[in-house]
Design a binder for this molecule. Structure first.
Ligand code: T4K
Length: 373
């Protein structure tokens, strides 16, 4: 068996020669950024592909998150999950908003609506859940809480490209949803991101904010930022859209193979697909129960690494355990027992469209090795 290095992910890269005509057009037009032709085309193409009304492209997902909070003028406290990539909480911090962590559900690893409701104070202004690994949050429950307490609802949908529940995009829920198109994501524009919103007025406001707050040549409506997607990124996104369905299908097959192969192993648990859901298969997380499996998550991680397989412990450490945040009352481990438990046991196995059957077999063989039953 080859010992080729296998990373947790590999970006979706269409054939290079197919990108050249896009580059030629950019050179011809001499229009490199600031709402160019490819930017406009990609916004429209993504609205159609994702089934959403309005989308504003960004240079990355983190700036899109920061801008989404600005667009809704969020202040005070926002209830969010500790089980995510640090950018989720950093976006609050950069806006001078106090993050309040609530615990997650044991079977989806998403923010638990009941725990959110219990964490609401007079200072709470919004809820920011994450569709972790692309698994949809409890959409109706969150909307009900937001409506009851008059809170804004912003979804970090960085992992949820193309995810649908009952034929409806998850991006159509909440006030705003934020996507990431980073190289490691299902759909990438090298770096990139987007905000999905539901009305023209909000889209215009977001577009102004990402361009220094300019509306027209001489008017600045707010202290905006520079978070625009450039033409190279947008052109790459357009090309990539022609390959996305094939790549998503490949990811689905890989996830199914992993599930079948890992099914009989004591102490290794996979996340199941949720009913009526079209998944993104952005990540393939497993939980390693040390007592049953006979090896800890970190030991398995190290063993795979020794064998040139680079799985990742997304999301360990928990955001609430990083020095910046661990002083917050809500970061206390007693407040977040499920999240702390999952973060100690989770391991994301490689998944990407070019991952081959032989690669999967190598990974499975290593996970199965030394098991005596
Ligand atoms: N919200 C959530 C829930 C997120 O997960 C993220 C980002 C954000 C917000 C913020 O969105 P962005 O501002 O990033 O658009 C990676 C990504 O950098 C980050 O985008 C992502 N989440 C996070 C979960 O993963 P690292 O530190 O793990 O990246 P890195 O460089 O170790 O790459 C991971 C693996 O991917 C490597 O083993 C190799 C492979 N890789 C990576 C890159 C960059 C490639 O094959 N090619 C590449 O170009 O954070």
């Amino acid at each position: 068996m080859s010992n080729e290095k296998i990373l947790v992910t590999q970006p979706l890269l269409p054939p290079l020669e197919e990108f050249i005509p896009y580059l030629e057009k950019i050179w011809e037009s001499k229009w490199l950024t600031n709402n160019g032709q490819f930017h406009q085309q990609l916004e429209q193409a993504l609205c159609e592909y994702l089934g959403v009304k309005h989308i504003s492209l960004f240079s990355n997902g983190t700036l899109a998150l920061i801008t989404a909070l600005q667009a809704l003028r969020i202040t005070g406290e926002v209830i969010t999950t500790p089980f995510s990539f640090v950018a989720t909480t950093h976006a609050l911090w950069w806006n001078n908003i106090k993050p309040v962590f609530a615990d997650i559900e044991p079977h989806t690893y998403n923010l638990d609506p009941e725990k959110v409701e219990a964490a609401i104070t007079p200072n709470t202004t919004a809820i920011m859940p994450v569709h972790v690994y692309g698994n949809p949050c409890k959409l109706e429950a969150f909307q009900q809480i937001a409506d009851t307490y008059n809170l804004k609802l912003i979804y970090d949908a960085a992992h949820a490209f193309g995810v649908e529940v009952n034929g409806q995009s998850v991006l159509n829920f909440g006030d705003l949803s934020v996507l990431s198109f980073h190289a490691t994501k299902v759909f990438n524009t090298f770096e990139g991101g987007a905000i999905v919103c539901h009305d023209e007025k909000m889209k215009r406001h977001i577009d102004d904010l990402k361009n220094f707050g300019f509306r027209g040549e001489t008017t600045v409506i707010a202290p905006g930022i520079n978070a625009k997607m450039n033409e190279l990124q947008a052109a790459f996104g357009l090309l990539q859209l022609t390959y996305i369905d094939e790549a998503r299908e490949k990811r689905k097959q890989i996830a199914e193979t992993y599930r079948e192969e890992l099914a009989g192993i004591k102490g290794i648990h996979c996340l199941n697909d949720l009913p009526d859901t079209k998944h993104a298969y952005s990540y393939f997380p497993i939980l390693v129960e040390e007592q049953e499996y006979g090896m800890s998550r970190d030991e398995l991680y190290a063993k795979l690494k020794e064998n040139n397989i680079f799985s990742r412990r997304y999301f360990y450490p928990l955001i609430s355990n990083f020095p910046t945040y661990r002083g917050l009352t809500s970061a206390n481990k007693d407040n977040l027992p499920v999240a702390n438990d999952i973060a100690e046991k989770v391991l994301c196995l490689p998944i990407y469209n070019k991952l081959q059957q032989s690669h999967i077999e190598r990974i499975i063989t290593l996970i199965k090795a030394d098991i005596s039953y």
